[in-house]
Ligand binder design. Structure first.
Ligand code: SIN
Ligand code: FE2
Length: 203
């Protein structure tokens, strides 16, 4: 049985405190191993603007963005293969989706004090049947949820360390973004900031 969400907003299923503190610590340790092999980088949007979030990936595909656009690539910009998705992360996917396929991309986003992410849709995948799973670690952040078309009314929610959000069904192609991070609200990361792990089936 899939677990019951704490709340559902516009089809976004929110599981508050899905990860216990010790599970969060373990996941951060696992992600440090990923980042050692595949260092965080600052993507540039197709319009040439540097994103404020630094990112890297694990899995078969990693999401990259540069002057030639957004896409999935089988290798990190340095040429190394993306590391495997850690088991601690895979377990969350399995428990929360019970989808018949494993995530192929584990995008790791790091938000420093001033980072944010503009409203966007996740639509670079070939498969929209699979949900997108988003895990929050570290400082809390204001997550904004909108509609399947740009604009219109939106709602926001503070997501905290250990929270998991599932974007499936009606919410799979809904616009979403991060307005801001409340720096220093969690002790999980030594130097503060927020990690967001996003899991997707790509093909
Ligand atoms: C994203 O939409 O890629 C990230 C969302 C988040 O940081 O929670
Ligand atoms: Fe997204």
């Amino acid at each position: 049985m899939t677990p019951t969400p704490t709340l559902t907003i516009r089809g976004f299923k929110v599981f508050k405190g899905f990860l216990r503190p010790d599970e969060q610590v373990k996941m951060v340790e696992d992600l440090r191993v990923v980042v050692k092999r595949a260092p965080l980088f600052s993507p540039v949007t197709s319009s040439g603007k540097k994103m404020s979030v630094r990112m890297t990936s694990a899995g078969k595909f990693g999401w990259v963005s540069d002057q030639s656009g957004y896409r999935y690539e089988p290798r990190h910009p340095t040429g190394v293969e993306w590391p495997q998705i850690p088991d601690s992360v895979k377990t969350v996917w399995e428990n929360v989706t019970q989808f018949n396929r494993m995530a192929e991309c584990c995008l790791v986003n790091f938000y420093s004090e001033t980072a944010k992410m503009g409203m966007h849709q996740d639509r670079d995948e070939q498969n929209f049947d699979a949900p997108v799973v988003s895990i929050s670690l570290g400082d809390e952040a204001l997550f904004r949820m909108g509609n399947t078309t740009r604009g219109g009314k939106t709602e926001s929610l503070w997501v905290q360390s250990g929270d998991v959000v599932v974007m499936g069904g009606d919410a799979r192609l809904a616009y979403h973004g991060i307005d801001r991070v409340k720096f220093g609200t969690s002790q999980l990361l030594q130097n503060g900031g927020r990690i967001n792990v996003t899991l997707r089936v790509v093909t």
